[in-house]
Design a protein around this ligand. Structure first.
Ligand SMILES: N[C@@H](CCC(=O)N[C@@H](CS)C(=O)NCC(=O)O)C(=O)O
Length: 213
């Protein structure tokens, strides 16, 4: 089987999730750059592969997979160790809910195409767009902190990283880029620190990716 190929962009937080998951599963993969700043994700060539025109996309085992949570779920079934989603139904629902609180309820509102639409089509200033960006993080992180705290340990759920941490770390990277204060979220910060101590997370960080020229 050829190596999996990740269609990736260094600062894409959805792609960052998949880089972390591939690293945690110790899957060797190749990268193809899709330069979002050059709108390559909207090119006919790329949309012929991924009609949504978004990264990440993963070619693996003869499949072309899209949507980071679906990809992480595939990887978890295909490479069961270490598990990223618990087996017990209630634990599984809890971890998936935390991952979705980021991936479905914060990140999509702050996606590049949304920010561009606010600015270019609706005529908002950069300050207004930045305020929008911070607003959805301010809405989302307190809820995630409250969801996580009761069953957290070194990570958002217990003492090993799960899909929830895989979504958290890129989201906190984004929050810092927009100077959102994070002191009120000790559970999230603890999980982030412990995650970034692991090479699988550290190697997936945007600063360690190739940046398109
Ligand atoms: N729900 C999708 C989101 C994918 C997504 O929004 N990717 C962003 C980068 S983080 C993207 O490709 N944006 C391009 C654009 O907005 O035009 C996933 O989890 O994979």
């Amino acid at each position: 089987m050829p190596k999996p190929i990740l269609y990736d962009y260094w600062r894409s937080s959805a792609a960052y999730r998949v880089r972390i998951a591939l690293n945690l599963k110790a899957v060797d993969f190749e990268r193809r750059q899709v330069n979002l700043l050059e709108s390559e994700q909207r090119s006919d060539d790329y949309k012929a592969l991924n009609p949504q025109g978004l990264v990440p996309m993963l070619e693996i085992d003869g499949h072309r997979l899209t949507q980071s949570l679906a990809i992480i779920n595939y990887l978890d079934l295909r490479y069961p160790n270490p598990p990223l989603i618990p087996v017990l139904a209630a634990d599984r629902a809890h971890v998936v809910a935390m991952a979705m609180a980021v991936a479905c309820d914060i990140h999509p509102l702050n996606n590049l195409r949304v920010l561009k639409y606010l600015k270019n089509e609706l005529g908002h200033s950069q300050d207004e767009v930045d305020a929008w960006y911070r607003h959805w993080i301010w809405e989302g992180l307190p809820a995630l902190e409250a969801m996580a705290a009761p069953q957290s340990g070194r990570f958002l759920f217990g003492d090993a990283p799960t899909g929830a941490d895989v979504c958290l770390v890129p989201q906190l990277y984004n929050a810092r880029r927009f100077e959102v204060p994070l002191d009120a979220y000790p559970t999230l910060l603890r999980a982030e620190t412990n995650a970034n101590d692991l090479e699988a997370f550290a190697a997936a960080h945007p600063d360690r990716q190739e940046v398109p020229a």
